[in-house]
Design a protein around this ligand. Structure first.
Ligand SMILES: Nc1ncnc2c1ncn2[C@@H]1O[C@H](COP(=O)(O)OP(=O)(O)OP(=O)(O)O)[C@@H](O)[C@H]1O
Ligand SMILES: [Mg+2]
Length: 252
């Protein structure tokens, strides 16, 4: 199963990715987390790992990927730099960090002033997912950059399930409804996950989302231990019943 996690900036995408990865590995699944966010540096810390080298470097670096993709595009060919389908075990070891059975691959980060846009990162994330075969015992969890640029690019095409993370804010709720519509339009399973909830804002959020229409799969509480670990850049070692329930729902 390939799960893409998206939502507004700061809504808790990376946090939920990390908590789900830990919960799913405990159930015996092989987990690959893909960090497709070109800006942020929290996910690998939440997983208690060092950030692996940019996967883009395997293909000659960002400029070379951009060049190859432009060349293919100009020839009218599909913009795909993979010459065959891959399994998780085919991914080059030197670009994978691993801890407690969870693997982490990072598409690449922005490193320098004026190095150019992040299009090659998005394109690589899309083609990787489009070419990745996943067995029944494997789960790929994709942590995305904030917002919906990846929808414009079509990264979601290579995923089975889309998780939309919503925090208690008007903008987050608004964006979740838009994502929900777009994702349904391409025939994907979509689950909305409320995050940072308490009794007051859970009801407000459910009302706003119009529960009868939107598939709300879980509500993760605002949790002090999660908050503290995120602030310190420490590994998330928090067991939440709500994450366990969400895991079961997604994998059922
Ligand atoms: N369930 C939670 N309980 C308490 N705090 C949380 C929870 N989920 C997220 N947070 C807080 O929200 C912050 C943002 O979370 P996170 O980095 O996971 O969001 P994000 O959506 O990945 O952000 P970005 O768009 O910048 O990548 C965390 O640093 C943490 O402080
Ligand atoms: Mg993040």
């Amino acid at each position: 199963m390939r799960i893409l996690v998206c939502g507004k900036g700061g809504s808790g995408k990376s946090t939920i990715c990390s908590l789900l990865a830990k919960s799913m590995v405990a159930k015996g699944y092989n987990i690959l987390v893909i960090d497709s966010d070109e800006s942020n540096y929290g996910l690998h810390r939440q997983l208690g790992m060092e950030l692996p080298d940019d996967f883009m470097n395997f293909f000659g670096g960002k400029k070379e990927i951009g060049r190859k993709m432009r060349e293919l595009f100009n020839k009218g060919e599909s913009v795909n730099i993979f010459d065959k389908r891959w399994g998780i075990d085919d991914l080059p070891r030197e670009y994978i960090a691993e801890k407690n059975g969870i693997k982490l691959l990072a598409i690449g980060k922005i490193h320098e002033f004026r190095e150019g846009c992040a299009c090659p990162m998005g394109a690589l994330a899309k083609t990787l997912l489009d070419n990745l075969d996943v067995t029944n015992k494997e789960v790929v969890i994709v942590d995305t950059d904030a917002g919906i640029e990846h929808f414009g690019r079509g990264v979601e095409q290579g995923c089975d399930v889309i998780l939309v993370i919503v925090e208690p804010s008007y903008e987050s709720l608004k964006l979740a409804k838009k994502i929900e519509e777009m994702a349904k339009g391409i025939g994907k399973i979509v689950y909305v996950v409320l995050n940072k909830v308490d009794d007051y804002n859970r009801d407000m959020m459910l009302k706003s989302l119009n529960r009868s229409k939107v598939n709300v799969a879980g509500a993760i509480p605002a949790n002090k231990d999660v908050f503290k670990a995120c602030l310190a850049g420490e590994e998330l070692d928090v067991d939440l019943r709500e994450i366990e329930e969400l895991t079961n729902k997604i994998l059922e």
